[in-house]
Write a protein that binds this ligand. Structure first.
Ligand code: MRU
Length: 354
């Protein structure tokens, strides 16, 4: 059965954005039909659409909805200012994944380079750019898969954290794209999917995706990762990234740093898979990566039931930062960075690329 699209623009520049509502998975496959910027902001903020590359793609489409609201007689200059406000608003929905600001900046730069374009042409221009970002992301996923498949050896146990598959990206994803590629090549392997507290992206989304493709997946609680490694069931851990600093420090879903530390303790390679749009070379190290703090009710009222006493203090960062020294390799669409050093990162990112 074909998988339901996660992000789909319906129609021409006067159309609307359809998102698969990931909050409802795996029990219901339901789409959101979005016709204004606030709807896209809410969908990103509430994780109806999530995963670093996917929120970048969704936000780019969201700008077209802002363009639709610009009155016909508006001057181009003020139309661009209005769109910048919409871009800033969308960008404020989630702070950690750099793909969001990257894709919005790309769309706004395009408009700023065309200050005399007719207002009626802005929507079609933004649609073309959003589609380009979407298609490029799909191609980047495919390349990451081909570079990363070397890390899945026949018979391997692969541990992964959060959801990094097609739901999280414009194509097959990042870490999971590597697993899809290994599966297509007939390499036998087994996946251990961390449930990924508190929002259970691993349990709800990763196992759903992989089971549909008949990939051998076993769900474990996050706290099972250590014993599973000690039992020698894991040969490699492969995860995604939300933002990678110039020195390779990597922000990803909370719990990733624990996985990397456990890999180090057990002598297991810890591999990050990410498109170059997830790098932020303006930040020297992971200390400068903004970490999103989320509502305490995600922990105290997980999925609606009371899971902690009223009034308890809660700390709920959505991401953590894994230091570069714990990362064996970063797989990008331009090649593999290993060992992870600032020089090797620049060399891979700045090479000529088509
Ligand atoms: O809070 P989420 O679900 O958006 O977090 C997603 C992750 O941490 C992913 O690992 C990351 O975005 C990479 S997705 C290809």
């Amino acid at each position: 059965m074909p998988r339901p699209p996660n992000i789909l623009w319906i129609g021409d520049a006067t159309g609307h954005l359809q998102l698969l509502d990931q909050r409802q998975l795996p029990s219901c496959v339901v789409n959101l039909e979005l016709r204004d910027v606030k709807g896209v902001y809410d969908a990103i903020r509430s994780l109806a659409v999530r995963g670093a590359p996917a929120i970048g793609v969704a936000a780019a489409y969201g700008l077209i909805l802002a363009a639709q609201k610009i009155p016909a007689g508006e001057k181009t200059e003020s139309a661009i200012l209005r769109l910048q406000e919409a871009a800033d608003f969308l960008n404020s929905s989630r702070p950690t994944a750099v793909n969001l600001s990257w894709s919005l900046r790309r769309c706004m730069t395009l408009l700023q380079k065309a200050p005399s374009v007719a207002v009626s042409k802005i929507g079609p221009m933004l649609l073309e750019e959003a589609r380009a970002i979407h298609d490029e992301d799909a191609r980047m996923c495919a390349k990451i898969a081909r570079y990363g498949v070397q890390f899945v050896t026949p018979g391997a146990g692969v541990l992964t954290h959060c959801n990094t598959g097609y739901l999280a990206a414009g194509g097959d994803g990042t870490a999971l794209a590597i697993l899809y590629e290994a599966h297509r090549r007939g390499i036998p392997f087994r996946v251990f999917a961390d449930e990924t507290r508190p929002l259970l992206q691993g349990a709800r989304l990763t196992t759903w995706e992989l089971s549909q493709e008949n990939i051998d997946v076993t769900l474990i609680t996050d706290s099972m990762a250590a014993p599973v490694m000690a039992q020698r069931k894991v040969n490699v851990a492969i995860v995604g990234a939300d933002r990678i600093a110039a020195n390779g420090d990597t922000a990803n879903k909370i719990g990733t740093y624990s996985v990397a530390t456990l890999c180090h303790a057990h002598g297991i390679p810890f591999v990050v898979a990410a498109a170059t749009s997830s790098f932020d070379l303006s930040l020297q190290s992971g200390d400068a990566i903004p970490i999103e703090q989320r509502d305490e009710r995600e922990i105290t009222r997980g999925f609606g039931s009371q899971t902690a006493p009223d009034g308890v203090a809660v700390y709920n960062p959505a991401f953590d930062v894994t230091p570069a020294r714990l990362i064996h390799a970063i797989v990008t669409e331009r090649g593999v960075v290993t060992p992870v050093t600032p020089e090797n990162i620049r060399a891979v990112i700045e090479q000529n690329y088509n």
